[in-house]
Design a protein around this ligand. Structure first.
Ligand SMILES: [Zn+2]
Length: 410
């Protein structure tokens, strides 16, 4: 599989955008329609029966030795963030189609079917709710989400209708338990680890769990000129100590990251001591125990800061999702495929969320990471080398042809 041919398809998808000069392709948009039509054609050319399901996922099926066998599912997403790069999502779809094309050209039929899915929404760019495509496939799509509105005030239900699908039929996208044997997703790493160690591909061990907090620090606003430094209740100075506590151990502890991504200061005036600050915290780790310990430690640290600075600090947990481990047998297959390519096997966790997290609810999952330049993602500078994507595609094809594992997938 030539890297240049894969790159050409990535470029063809990147050309489908709502904003000229950028890549923006959101759920239920005219751009999704055009991308889906392109994918349907590629899937059929690769010997698959292809259709669009009830949520707009594009699904292709390549039968095994006889029709109707359970399938190994491959895929990723085709939607993007605003002003995205071209690789996040499409690379997993394009390489999966190329692998099936290689099987088809060789006349190879496997003792299982292979399905390729291009999920209609993973990023949640339009409606805020993420992984709509994979949630529909697993039968875990919450119908209350249909009332969510985009920036133009259009509800998700209306957007689905305008696209030409029926929101009342979303349940039809759910697949039967037993339809699949496992799921393999190839994706750019979106981080710098593989580049740092000089490896084109890596085997993912787990997708990090996350805790998000909303923290409110309440002090006392006052005149910046007249209130003495002693006895102030500066909410922002206290928040600053909290931000450093979030960074604290996360800076040095392997497998733990902590970020304050938003901080709002009230009243937010040059000559007023901040009376109130609201900020977010995002803690992630592939190990739940590590993440939970950090959250626990943070609550203690915030209490101490509140006492020392005579402010109140309230902590609300806004999101918590456990880490999702990759299936051990699938990791073994991916590692063996990397090894068979003559490459050292590097195991690494994923700090970012992926469709595989949702798919893990109904089947074993595995992931292959491809090196990306500078670890940059969700940005126009996102880049993967043709040689690396070709290596990734070869690893994926080997993993497919060595599936199912000798021992049953757990
Ligand atoms: Zn992605």
């Amino acid at each position: 599989m030539a890297g240049a041919a894969l790159r050409a398809r990535i470029d063809a998808l990147a050309a489908i955008t709502a904003e000229p000069g950028h890549i923006t392709r959101v759920f239920m948009s005219p751009e999704q329609r055009r991308a889906s039509d392109l994918l349907l054609g590629w899937m059929r050319d690769a010997g698959m029966a292809a259709h669009e399901d009830a949520i707009g996922n594009v699904v292709g099926r390549y039968e095994g030795e006889r029709p109707g066998l359970p399938a190994l599912l491959l895929g990723s997403h085709v939607d993007t963030v605003r002003h995205a790069g071209r690789w996040d999502g499409p690379l997993g779809v394009v390489t999966a189609i190329a692998c099936v094309d290689a099987l088809n050209r060789a006349g190879t039929r496997l003792p299982f079917a292979v399905e390729v899915v291009a999920f209609a929404d993973e990023e949640g760019t339009r409606f805020g709710a993420t992984m709509l495509g994979s949630r529909a496939l697993t039968g875990r799509f919450d119908l209350a989400m249909l009332d969510l509105k985009d920036e133009a005030g259009i509800t998700m239900a209306d957007a689905i209708r305008r696209y030409g699908l029926d929101p009342a039929r979303i349940g039809a996208a759910a697949r039967q338990p037993g339809a699949f044997l496992g799921y393999l997703e190839l994706h750019i790493e979106q981080g710098p680890v593989l580049e740092r160690i000089g490896m084109p591909v890596g085997c993912v061990t787990a997708i990090a769990g996350a805790t998000r907090l909303r923290v409110t620090v309440t002090g006392m606003a006052g005149h910046a000129g007249t209130v003495p430094m002693q006895g102030r209740h500066d909410a922002l100075a206290a928040a600053a100590a909290c931000v450093l506590a979030v960074e604290g151990r996360a800076v040095i502890e392997e497998g733990l990251v902590g970020t304050v991504g938003r901080l709002d200061v009230f009243p937010g005036s040059v000559n007023v001591i901040p009376g109130r600050v609201v900020f977010t915290v995002d803690i992630r780790s592939p190990e739940d125990a590590r993440r939970l310990r950090k959250v626990h430690d943070l609550r203690i640290a915030f209490d101490r800061i509140a006492a020392r600075r005579d402010v109140t600090i309230e902590v609300a947990e806004t999101h918590a999702s456990p880490a999702v481990p990759c299936d051990v047998a699938l990791q073994r297959i991916v590692a063996a495929a990397i090894d068979a390519e003559g490459l050292p096997v590097r195991l690494l966790p994923s700090g970012a969320g992926h469709d595989a997290m949702e798919i893990a609810a109904i089947m074993p999952i595995g992931m292959i990471f491809v090196r990306c330049r500078g670890g940059i993602s969700h940005h126009p500078d996102e880049h993967a080398d043709e040689a690396d994507i070709a290596a990734g595609a070869r690893v994926l094809l080997r993993a497919i042809t060595h599936f199912p594992p000798a021992e049953p997938v757990t």
